[in-house]
Design a protein around this ligand. Structure first.
Ligand SMILES: COc1cccc(COC(=O)c2cn[nH]c2)c1
Length: 252
């Protein structure tokens, strides 16, 4: 998968050089290209923003600069991927559609993603409108809060998508076992996890997990996942009621 990221702070993405994402890049599973948005300005101050039409606080990022940058990055990617290749454009914003595991799975199928993290109050809305006419352009939110810029959201999405790519996670860990992954544990939070020692500062590991009785362990884990989901994310259980409770679940 090719990932292009255009930002006024490309150094923000240094974390993508380490750990799982770093290895995925070394092994050619992820091909990440960083671009400095200011390279497509033409004034001495390298201005990327201006005051909002209609007034109001803050600044808005200029459409011309983003347009030249996105066009150039598409051309650059086409040199490598073919003259008709097009990326999926992703703009992180609090006003976007929710980024969920389902969206991460959808993005993991894409051959080429182009992330456009904004600063200030956002990017002139005509940029997404312009590119939405010829490629998939998504405004996506990683949560209901406002960041100083979209860069942290891009790090979150690249990691959530990157770990789904074949070969990135060791075989021992299957993404099918993820919480929120489709299937028996879909829409459930992960329950508590434990490792050695069996007793730590007087706290014992639940007996059932040491029993070796896989049926009872699986039942216990699902009960704990349901209990935690009811407690912390009741709205997910409502969704379960429609799709996913089995005959043993009622008694939790
Ligand atoms: C594009 O417009 C804006 C405006 C304001 C801040 C940002 C940065 O993104 C976020 O704050 C965010 C992304 N998901 N949840 C929060 C983008």
């Amino acid at each position: 998968m090719r990932v292009d990221i255009i930002s006024i702070f490309p150094e923000y993405f240094a974390p993508l050089d380490v750990s799982l994402m770093g290895k995925a890049r070394e092994r050619g599973i992820l091909d990440i290209h960083l671009h400095q948005l200011r390279d497509w300005t033409h004034d001495v101050h390298k201005t990327v923003d201006d005051t909002p039409y209609g007034g109001g606080p803050g600044m808005v990022m200029k459409p011309e600069v983003w347009g030249e940058a996105v066009d150039a990055v598409i051309e650059g990617g086409r040199a490598a991927r073919g003259a008709d290749a097009l990326p999926r454009l992703v703009v992180p914003t609090p006003s976007g559609r929710p980024f969920t595991q389902e969206v991460a799975l959808e993005y993991a199928e894409e051959p080429w993603l182009l992330f456009a993290p904004a600063r200030y109050e956002g990017i002139d809305s005509r940029v997404v409108a312009e590119y939405g006419e010829r490629l998939r352009a998504d405004e996506v939110s990683i949560g209901d809060y406002v960041l100083a810029g979209g860069e942290a959201a891009v790090l979150v999405m690249v990691e959530a998508v990157g770990r789904l790519l074949p070969g990135v996670l060791g075989n021992a860990r299957s993404v099918a076992d993820d919480s929120f992954a489709p299937g028996a544990m879909a829409n459930l939070l992960e329950g508590p996890v434990y490792t050695k020692p069996p007793v730590w500062r007087g706290h014992e590991v639940p007996e059932v997990l040491l029993s070796g009785h896989h049926g009872r362990i699986a039942r216990w884990r699902r009960d704990e996942a349901l209990r935690r989901t009811l407690d912390r994310r009741p709205e997910l259980v409502a969704r379960l009621d429609r799709d996913g409770l089995d005959k043993h679940d009622r008694r939790v």
